[in-house]
Design a protein around this ligand. Structure first.
Ligand code: AMP
Length: 296
């Protein structure tokens, strides 16, 4: 078993893990929130580039979200929080260390509602506006098609109306931006989400593993609630079918020998239905509790 260095030890900046996080944009607040919940406290002064984490050998580097994959592949940062769409577009050679279960989206070819394209191959020779020129080009090549790519950093959805493009390749989350612009999905290229990435050389491995374990605790805690209830022993087998738990439920005896108390993790989105089903088989005193953090 390896022993971790005491927290906050080592003043050599080269021994610090460098973690790149988005300096602004939709992922910035999310990344900061996740790190705070994982017990990392830091203060970014005057929108500076660096912040030192107190009590852990980690330096945060605030970067553009789309630069994080390349900077991680090049070793300027050891780890980074970014979108897997940006990792693919950059063609960055990094390890995708963990998924956060947020920022899920699809990258898709989108065309005007009233045009009858049925396959992305029909876009051969057409103009396509996108912030993902490399992924788009590679995908079209698999269909022996080649388009004129209009490479942009934003507002891609407006480009057909502006007469710059015949189709777009853009990220779609709910689909409301497409609907507002009278566009529809022609073909999906891939599914993406927010990830923690790591440089392949695994420098500062101990700190990296400790960070991952902390973040995993936070992500699990966000996804699950703790449900507690009492159930007649005769119904225990039925109750375990409804709440099998993450590993298995904790079962405690009660003073009344015919009853027991259960503690079990349940996916947040399923809690209300699970409570109803437990009630139906005779459970009582059913409570949902928030998990702030956990290690399993
Ligand atoms: P929606 O209207 O919910 O389908 O979102 C589409 C708009 O949000 C497009 O302009 C996308 O570029 C942007 N978008 C959606 N999901 C993401 C994401 N995970 N990361 C970055 N931009 C996104």
């Amino acid at each position: 078993m390896t022993t971790l260095a005491p927290l906050g030890s080592g003043s050599d900046p080269d021994s610090f893990l460098r973690l790149g996080i988005p300096s602004k944009g939709r992922l910035s607040e999310l990344a900061t929130g996740l790190l705070n919940q994982a017990g990392l406290s830091f203060r970014r002064q005057n929108r500076g580039l660096f912040a030192r984490v107190s009590g852990l050998p980690i330096d945060l580097i605030f970067l553009r979200t789309d630069d994080i994959p390349t900077l991680c592949a090049e070793g300027a940062i050891d780890m980074g929080i970014t979108g897997s769409d940006l990792v693919e577009e950059a063609g960055a050679n990094v390890e995708q260390r963990m998924a956060f279960g947020v920022g899920r989206c699809r990258l898709a070819f989108c065309v005007p509602d009233d045009e009858d394209y049925t396959d992305a191959a029909q876009l051969d020779g057409k103009r396509i506006a996108t912030s993902f020129p490399h992924v788009t080009e590679q995908y079209l090549a698999t269909k022996n098609a080649k388009a004129h790519l209009v490479s942009l950093s934003g507002s891609v959805e407006a480009m057909i109306r502006l007469g710059v493009a015949d189709a777009i390749v853009d990220l779609v989350e709910t689909g409301s931006t497409l609907a507002a612009n009278r566009l529809r999905i022609l073909e999906e290229i891939g599914h993406y989400e927010t990830m923690l990435i790591q440089n392949g050389t695994h420098r500062r491995k101990e700190v990296a593993d400790r960070l991952v374990s902390r973040l995993e605790g936070v992500v699990l805690a966000r996804d699950y609630s703790l449900v507690e209830y009492n159930i007649p022993r005769s119904q225990l087998a039925e109750a375990e079918k409804i709440t099998p738990g993450f590993n298995s439920p904790t079962i405690n005896s009660l003073e009344d020998k015919d009853w027991c108390a259960i503690q079990v993790m349940v996916r947040r989105g399923e809690v209300v239905e699970v409570m109803e089903r437990l009630k139906e088989i005779g459970a009582s005193g059913i409570f949902e509790m928030t998990i702030n953090n956990c290690r399993l």
